[in-house]
Write a new protein. Structure first.
Length: 413
């Protein structure tokens, strides 16, 4: 009888009906202060995937930039050493963003938006050439003791602002006038300033990330289709202006010819991809970096991956980015509240859109855009912002164990 009684007590204890069931459950659950990353495997996966991209990026960057550095009478490790500074700064910012509560982004969203707009205005003013010089025909950089791109900061600002406003207007998102119109004004203002630099690709990324948030919040895709058709008379001339015209013509009308001008880079990128074959020419053995492919260490680094690592290496990089996007959306689904979900959707879309647009340029699917490949291309400003985005994802994941608010209650509030 005693054995049966003890066995029954043990079974009740395991089922959570014993007198100390609550204490046992609390003691065995890993809480936020103990793990530092929250529950679930997603935060660890995000860190692992990011570390893989950073490590592979430094390796690829060295191969792609060593010849360029030596031609400029610089040490062969010059660009990698500068990138390491961005990695360290980015990791510090990632930790800071991971420790910030997501509510901080909600409270500061409007200030971030105004700050980004102010920096972008400084960039395009005619009398600020001293701190915003023209480089390769564009004014995208701000030099104030250190150099950075305000448009990179604008990406996070627009994501936070869109998510914050979507929470407040969630009951009106089905309406074009009351729901979507305020977002269009904000996106058009920031995107217009970015296009004045000019930087059309970054403006498109910013607007697309904002649209992904609204779609996740319950907006109607038909509204975006309607607005796209309505705006086409304005967008098409912009896409065909200047050097973009020759790039579109080469891509769509004469894809097999040897181009000149703006389409030359895309042609050389395809040559690099084709030269790699299945397994690539080998690390450091690529030929396009010897002056044939301009910006091989930045705008076209995926082409260098295809040349030296081949089809296998290219697919591996694509799969890592796909995995990062999937895990990011899983974190969004597990977020504690509506704002956390939209914030995670926004930063994940930001990383994914930029990565796959860059890859599309390398594969000849899109004309050259000048976008960096996140975590891999040379560029400390973009690298720091992308790592901050990863930190925001980790912050959303860390708060998930606190419990998710019921959506019905949120909508009725």
């Amino acid at each position: 009888m005693r054995g049966r009684g003890f066995a029954g007590w043990l079974r009740r204890h395991r089922r959570g009906r014993g007198p100390w069931a609550t204490d046992v459950a609390i003691a065995t659950r890993r809480s936020l202060p103990e793990t530092g990353l929250g529950t679930g495997w997603e935060p660890t996966a995000v860190l692992a995937l990011t570390a893989m991209l950073l490590g592979f990026g430094l390796l690829t960057l060295y191969s792609a930039s060593s010849v360029l550095a030596q031609r400029g009478d610089l040490p062969h490790y010059h660009y990698v050493a500068r990138q390491w500074v961005g990695v360290l700064l980015g990791l510090i910012l990632m930790v800071v963003c991971a420790r910030l509560p997501t509510e901080w982004w909600n409270r500061r969203a409007h200030q971030l938006m105004l700050g980004a707009a102010a920096l972008l205005i400084i960039i395009v003013l005619p009398f600020t050439e001293m701190i915003a010089p023209t480089v390769n025909g564009a004014r995208r950089w701000l030099r104030v003791g250190f150099t950075f791109q305000p448009s990179d900061l604008a990406k996070l600002a627009v994501v936070a602002w869109t998510a914050s406003l979507a929470v407040r207007k969630r009951k009106h998102l089905k309406s074009l006038h009351r729901g979507l119109a305020p977002f269009l004004v904000g996106w058009a203002f920031i995107g217009g300033l970015v296009m004045l630099e000019p930087d059309l690709s970054t403006a498109c990324i910013i607007v697309a990330a904002g649209m992904s948030i609204i779609f996740a919040a319950g907006g109607r895709i038909g509204h975006f289709v309607f607005l796209g058709i309505l705006a086409s008379p304005l967008v098409v001339p912009v896409l065909n202006a200047g050097y973009r015209s020759s790039r579109w013509e080469s891509l769509l009308l004469n894809p097999g010819t040897i181009p000149t001008g703006g389409a030359y880079q895309s042609y050389q990128s395809l040559l690099a991809m084709g030269s790699g074959g299945v397994t690539g020419t080998g690390f450091g053995e690529g030929r396009q970096k010897f002056g044939f492919l301009p910006e091989a260490h930045n705008d076209f680094i995926f082409a260098m991956i295809g040349e030296e690592w081949g089809f296998v290496g290219s697919v591996a990089v694509i799969l890592v980015f796909l995995a990062l996007v999937v895990v990011g959306f899983r974190i969004a689904r597990r977020a504690k509240d509506f704002f956390g979900e939209l914030l995670a959707v926004g930063v994940t879309s930001l990383i994914g859109l930029q990565a796959f647009l860059h890859i599309g340029v390398g594969l000849g699917t899109f004309p050259a855009t000048g976008l960096s490949l996140p975590f891999i291309s040379f560029g400390r400003s973009n690298l720091v912002v992308m790592l901050a985005a990863v930190g925001i994802l980790l912050a959303v994941a860390r708060e998930a164990p606190e419990g998710r608010k019921d959506r019905a209650d949120e909508v009725m509030a």
